[in-house]
Design a protein around this ligand. Structure first.
Ligand code: PLP
Length: 362
């Protein structure tokens, strides 16, 4: 018997490419065996997880037979206290990826449109594609800063969602606070805005957009964060968003009942309190930026970054990716329109040095 996927499977899925993550450590071990690897491909925290998170998780492991709290109440309470908002304004997800998908399922129908900066995080488009919505890509300026005028021009009566990512992945560049205000003063109220702040806790530029009381007062905006980067908990899958509780009431209708797992909730609560790990992680990013800037002396262009990675212009991105891979150095390439670049996540100082030396030797 033949199962005809061409007929049975939803037709829009034919055009969706499964997400291609950076190669995982399990796969790397299979491919490279014991060879020393420098893994700079997924913006993970080279310092490892928050030690407070590890100990909170260890204490909870013997309770794994119990379901997690489906409403993530302790975690949402801790996040609310951290940001000075009410618990009802906090939505938690199985990573921010989960939240992007749930927001897409909440808002989008066939024929709707979303507006997305380009290049940026591919998951925004994925959310639209599964819902048969149309993606309108708006290029960043040549220096990879935001062009909010063009983003506004891309908005039509059919636009349901508009994404902003700051610091932006994969460029590391910022949306200015003044650009956000300019956009919000003009944006029609039927557009729901998702601001992805996955790397905001690495950023230091005072002029950047960051969440203020005024920003939280917009009923049609949510601010999304993750425990995957600075807190070093990518393997736990915990993300959250701050926003309008009336919107979350609807997003909750498409959410799985236990979307944030038990150890994820415990670990995330503890990580929020781990000021020492946070400070060390921020310091590592700051010193790494200085290290990668030295590539400029050798003719590479290093895009000024406010995140935990640098986008580096290398000529042929794919070729450089392969040459580095042969030496056990994993970076990322293949971003839309960025064929001459590689994105390098910050490692430990000695790992950065290995990568920089390899690039200079090419
Ligand atoms: C890494 C990243 C996230 C985090 O995704 P999780 O699902 O929380 O791991 C979100 N947005 C951007 C832009 C990212 O680069």
């Amino acid at each position: 018997m033949i199962f005809n996927t061409q007929i049975q499977v939803r037709s829009n899925l034919k055009d969706i490419e499964p997400y291609q993550p950076g190669i995982s450590d399990d796969t790397l071990r299979k491919q490279f065996g014991l060879q020393r690897l420098v893994k700079l491909n997924s913006n993970e925290n080279a310092l490892g997880p928050s030690p407070l998170a590890i100990s909170a998780i260890e204490q909870d492991l013997h309770k794994l037979h119990l379901y997690p709290d489906g409403g993530s109440h302790l975690l949402r309470e801790a996040i609310a206290a951290f940001h000075g908002v009410r618990e009802e304004q906090v939505f938690t997800g199985n990573g921010s990826d989960d939240i992007i998908k749930l927001v897409s399922e909440t808002f989008l129908e066939e024929g709707d449109e979303i507006v997305v900066p380009d290049p940026s995080f591919s998951q925004y488009q994925f959310g639209a594609n599964i819902m048969r919505a149309t993606v309108k890509l708006v290029p960043l300026r040549e220096d990879f800063t935001y062009d909010v005028e063009r983003m506004l021009e891309a908005v039509t009566p059919k636009t349901k969602l508009l994404y902003l990512c700051t610091p932006n992945n994969p460029t590391g560049t910022l949306l200015q606070g003044s650009q956000f205000t300019w956009l919000m003063e003009r944006l029609p109220e039927h557009v729901f805005v998702v601001v992805d702040l996955a790397y905001d806790n690495y950023a230091t530029d005072e002029a950047r957009f960051h969440v203020t009381e005024q920003a939280l007062a917009y009923p049609n905006v949510c601010y999304m964060y993750t425990f995957s980067k600075l807190y070093g908990l990518a393997g736990l899958r915990v993300g959250y968003a701050l926003g309008n509780e009336q919107v979350w009431e609807f997003v909750n209708r498409v959410r799985e009942p236990f979307n944030v797992n038990r150890v994820g909730q415990r670990g995330a609560v503890a990580a929020l309190q781990d000021v020492d790990h946070v400070r060390r992680s921020q310091e590592l990013a700051a010193s790494s930026r200085v290290q990668y800037a030295t590539l400029e002396e050798n003719g590479f262009t290093v895009i000024p970054s406010q995140a935990n990675f640098s986008l580096v212009r290398v000529g042929n991105g794919r070729a450089v990716f392969e040459r580095l891979k042969e030496q056990g150095i994993l970076v990322r390439t293949g971003f839309h329109g960025l064929e001459s670049y590689v994105r390098i996540s910050y490692g430990l100082p000695e790992e950065n040095e290995i990568c920089i030396a390899a690039l200079k030797a090419l």
